[in-house]
Design a protein around this ligand. Structure first.
Ligand code: GLC
Length: 766
């Protein structure tokens, strides 16, 4: 595990040297180029009516073997061009969005298109692949223009979807879903009114396109569901995970049903309507098994039971059944690298003494030095301090040492002992038999240790982090473990595994995704990238490279329970105040979710990201609970700042999270504007943006294809196109508004400025 701190804000990796040239896996992309269509440019110059700008114009004829090089010189651009045009999550932002009602007309007007948008020579614009540069490969699919000639039907109309303000629970949202009609097989779009040309971003376009036909859902690409059986999902859909949106629930922080200040499983059950409204395909529950909670559940004392803090097995069964009823799959964390020190095995190991079979389940060693009072090697714990703790033997004498790569309460298992695998297999089957749809495997690049436990190079060691040279992780024997796990999962159609893999090297990363290993690997490249076009593009290219060599599925995540929240990570320091500019961080986070959701593969959303929650960096010292705080000698504040409970409704903490004001971490009062309740009613909110993005991603055929093709782009910007569906995504991470690429707007993260893509924003075009 490696955290992504807000330090990444200041890191500005070099732009890829070619500016707009693809490399690596993208040689394939270069072989399937798409070019401009001259007549499109002419038409654009002449300013056609918006509805006459077919999405096919973004594709044009297939020709050319290379991509355009991005223009670079905008050095004389004013630096303050992104000021108050910014949208935010307040009502004011919604007003701004309404102003953008003229966007379609602008798109087709001189404002936007008086300069031919395909001009490769003009480095202030996005430039699709150059038609003159190569042969017509004919490989890229031509979009179905008949289904793309309008956006009106795809406007995500969110007004009227909000449940009653005083009852933001499952019943209220249920009623809301009912009012919107039976979601049926199209459950991921339930709760939205597709006939309403609302006014969130694309809604503005809907006004301009009113009267055109609505395209239907993408039934040609969707799996036709089997007749529904209560509590069961379509057994034929065993590749659902390849394009799913997962929602990570940190159970302590999601919703508290029993008033103890800590979230629980009943809280999740009560909020399933919200998750259905959000449109996610699956949830991933961070650990809910029995645990003394030294690391909030990642220290498991009984892997085949639910911790009473969260509920019991019966409640979990109910959760699975009710989630399945809503077409939401349930996956759960599995922690195979270590157990709790309260696990019966570890207690037995302590009691049994050196040389016993009980000790062979863990990694016990004699100490170094004359009296064995030095640790067996120099490994340090990810949480700080040594990775070894010395035990007192049953006879009272100072004894052996045991390895714990994390906290002392998390002893590492000895994966060379067959009993360890046998126990994990039981655990896998226990949950799979109950109906779970898969697992998130904690520290999936851990588990196997090098036999001789060599010292490590401590010069680059960073808390909460590991690099590729770290002998504690990514040893080859780990792949045998993944193959065994996969063999079990293959007995359960539709079950899928995602592994937490902090491995930077693409080839080594890909090894985990071979067909007989993990289904998915968490990829943190995007989460680690600062808000800088070159770094973001590099992260995307790297992520795709890392999986496509083994025909794997890419995954994307901007944050999780170990990572500072993206609103804060992306926030620049305001030079006037010296404070983080969170409003701008929010705009950037909005842009990044639009980028992320445009990418091929699987997206993981961490609970609260859809509300635009910032990291809470000013928790009082006495509130901190992450073991890192103590282990680091109070030098590293740890991960509590991204784990603060979710604000649901009302105007005062705990904002409907709990009936107790004493929540396990305090919730900032300033979050009153970020509650689910307030955002559901605000079409310009982060929540509305997430709902729109998820729905469009689910429904629209333009999201087809495993690869992306890069456009040339103005400095500070990037744009890519899905290779089959031809969706175009453009990001402006620069300082100046830029013209949009050609096409019809489908979604924008912030209002246009004079018909142009504002700084810190992103758009989808078809
Ligand atoms: C993973 C988890 C992290 C936990 C660690 C030890 O990295 O994501 O939260 O502390 O493993 O289990």
């Amino acid at each position: 595990m490696t955290t992504v701190s807000d330090e990444t804000r200041d890191v500005v990796p070099a732009e890829p040297s070619d500016g707009g040239q693809p490399d690596g896996a993208h040689t394939d992309v270069a072989g399937t180029p798409v070019s401009e269509h001259d007549s499109d440019a002419d038409e654009a110059t002449n300013g056609p009516a918006a509805e006459d700008v077919p999405a096919a114009d973004t594709a044009g004829e297939q020709s050319g073997a290379t991509l355009e090089t991005a223009g670079q010189d905008t050095s004389d651009a004013p630096a303050d061009a992104d000021d108050d045009a910014a949208g935010d999550i307040t009502g004011a932002a919604a007003d701004d969005a309404v102003e953008a009602d003229s966007a379609p007309a602008d798109l087709a007007s001189d404002d936007n298109l008086s300069t031919p948008a395909y001009s490769a020579a003009d480095d202030s614009e996005f430039t699709p692949v150059d038609e003159a540069a190569g042969d017509d490969s004919g490989d890229a699919a031509t979009p179905e223009t008949s289904t793309l000639d309008t956006v009106s039907g795809d406007t995500v109309a969110l007004e009227g979807d909000a449940p009653e303000a005083d009852a933001l629970d499952d019943e209220a949202i249920e009623a809301d879903l009912d009012a919107a009609g039976d979601p049926g097989p199209d459950a991921a779009v339930a709760g939205t009114d597709h006939a309403d040309t609302g006014d969130f971003g694309t809604g503005d376009l809907g006004t301009a396109h009113a009267g055109t036909d609505l395209p239907g859902p993408a039934t040609d690409t969707a799996i036709v569901p089997a007749p529904r059986v209560a509590g069961q999902l379509d057994p034929r859909d065993d590749t659902w995970w390849k394009s799913a949106v997962f929602y990570q629930i940190y159970p302590r922080s999601f919703a508290d049903s029993n008033g103890d200040g800590v979230g629980d499983l009943n809280g999740v059950i009560q909020r399933l309507g919200y998750l259905e409204l959000l449109g996610v395909d699956a949830i991933w529950l961070s650990p809910i098994m029995r645990s003394p909670m030294a690391d909030h559940g990642y220290d498991v004392s009984d892997p085949r039971d639910i911790d009473p803090l969260f509920g019991d097995l019966e409640t979990f069964d109910t959760l699975i059944a009710e989630a399945h009823d809503r077409d939401i799959r349930v996956t759960m964390d599995l922690v195979p690298n270590h157990t709790s020190d309260q696990h019966e095995w570890f207690r037995a190991a302590l009691a049994a003494g050196p040389g016993s079979p009980e000790r062979e389940r863990y990694i016990f060693r004699d100490g170094r030095g004359e009296n064995g009072d030095e640790p067996p090697n120099n490994w340090h714990s990810i949480f700080g301090g040594p990775a070894w703790t010395r035990v007192t033997e049953p006879d009272g004498s100072p004894g052996q040492w045991y390895l714990h790569i994390f906290a002392p309460e998390q002893p590492d298992l000895n994966w060379e002992n067959p009993e360890v695998w046998a126990d994990l297999e039981q655990t896998l089957r226990f949950w799979l038999d109950r109906g779970v749809d898969g697992f998130r495997i904690d520290v999936a690049h851990g588990m196997a240790k090098p036999a001789d436990l060599p010292d490590m190079d401590l010069s680059n060691a960073v808390l909460l982090s590991n690099d590729d040279d770290d002998p504690r992780f990514n040893n080859y024997a780990v792949h045998d473990i993944h193959r065994k796990i996969r063999a079990v999962l293959d007995e359960y159609p539709g079950a899928a595994n995602v592994g937490e893999i902090w491995v930077d090297d693409n080839e080594r990363f890909a090894e985990y995704l071979r067909p007989d290993e993990l289904h998915l690997g968490f990829n943190f490249r995007l989460a680690k990238a600062p808000f800088e076009a070159g770094a973001i593009r590099e992260a995307i290219e790297n992520s795709l490279d890392a999986v496509l060599s083994v025909s794997g599925t890419p995954t994307w995540t901007l944050s999780n329970h170990d990572v500072a929240r993206e609103v804060t990570r992306y926030a620049p320091v305001d030079p006037a105040t010296g404070e983080l500019d969170l409003e701008r961080g929010t705009r950037r986070a909005r842009a990044m979710i639009v980028v992320e959701m445009a990418l091929p593969g699987t997206v993981f959303v961490y609970n609260g990201a859809e509300l635009g929650l910032p990291n809470v960096d000013d928790l009082p010292d006495e509130a901190l609970q992450d073991p890192v705080w103590e282990r680091s000698g109070h030098t590293e504040r740890g991960r509590d700042g991204c784990r603060v409970p979710i604000p649901w409704q009302g105007t005062e903490p705990p904002f409907g999270f709990s009936t107790s004001p004493d929540t396990w971490l305090p919730i900032p009062e300033s979050w009153r504007s970020l509650t689910v309740e307030s955002q559901l009613e605000d079409v310009g909110s982060m929540l509305s943006l997430y709902r729109a993005a998820i729905e469009l991603r689910f429904r629209r055929p333009e999201f087809a294809g495993d690869r992306v093709e890069w456009y040339g782009a103005p400095e500070g910007c990037l744009a890519f196109r899905r290779d089959e569906g031809l969706l175009v995504c453009a990001l402006n991470a620069g300082e100046e508004p830029v013209p949009l690429p050609p096409g019809e707007l489908l979604l924008i993260s912030s209002p246009l400025v004079d018909g142009m893509l504002a700084p810190d924003s992103a758009a989808w075009l078809v």
